[in-house]
Design a protein around this ligand. Sequence first.
Ligand code: ATP
Ligand code: LTN
Length: 333
Amino acid sequence: METERKKVIFSAIQPSGTITLGNYLGALKNWVALQDEYDCIFSLADLHTITVRQDPATFRKNTTEAYALLLACGIDPKKSIFFIQSHVPAHAQLAWVLNCYTQFGELSRMTQFKDKAAKHADNINAGLFTYPSLMAADILLYQADLVPVGADQKQHLELTRNIADRFNAAYSPTFNLPDGYIPKHGARIMSLQDPSSKMSKSDSNVNGFVALLDPPEVVMRKFKRAVTDSEACVRYAEGKDGVNNLMGIYSCVTGKTMEEIEHEFEGRGYGDFKTAVGEAVVEHLRPIQEKYAQYIADKAYLEECYREGAQRAERIANRTLAKVMKKIGFLPA
Ligand code: ATP
Ligand code: LTN
């Protein structure tokens, strides 16, 4: 009997700064949970990161730290392939090819492009514009079935499917069409300072995000300063973005439902509530921070892991790339 192929998961995160609680609850926590059931391939999307100008030394440091932090979160290189995007040239190669199967109009509609172009008006480079075709290449090289991401990446995933579908129709079935895997809770953690915009690691206001490596006193301070409202009642309701966001975070780290949380804080003020959220997050982050300290001190181990990861990724990626080149009609080297 033929054994059924395990579903393939692919996802990536940019080493563009310090990884936040939003990245963790929206994406990374799911990556860790999916490892036992699926063939998982995870990457640090460093080629994507240079769409915004990086200082070389900081960029190198951020990449190393992000690799160690993901291991600390529970990405297990024995179970999953975990590599750095720029170490596998097929990503840049397929991205070029897919650029030629992606329309200007499609890329112009991407909200992330519009947001980032507004934020970096002095550097609206072509890479920022074609960012989604590189992301499509990442996913399609591995024939991924599922892509665990936060809600902000939904539009990029739809574009990925459209590009894959277009290529398949023009030649013959080549790429698997991937689905998103977006969590019910935590898919969109908002800024603690401006609950109408998403928590982002490149936010210039450090009080807006909680970094996974923030020390306990910093986490507590950020939650105590979090923006709420004047109602002074812990309940999940429209128009209460700040409180809804804190309840969402509390729910994600404790497993409690919104009703349970409302009940727990009945008749109590926001001060108590914010302290409880802060403490729950501190406890959740404690083991991650302890493991991080061990990994970051062992550079030789980190190098061994990402080199092996790249070798394993490359074997799969090159297979897909070779098929694509052949179908298009490139003369074999
Ligand atoms: P940047 O601020 O540099 O744009 P980012 O914080 O948005 O970065 P990415 O590297 O672009 O982070 O995203 C990594 C993963 O984290 C993606 O799956 C993304 O959907 C998810 N993610 C990012 N921000 C949030 C958030 N606020 N809530 C939930 N998930 C998020
Ligand atoms: N664009 C993504 C990061 C990313 C990604 C990917 C996510 C790059 N390549 C492939 C999933 C699959 C972001 O989160 N901003």
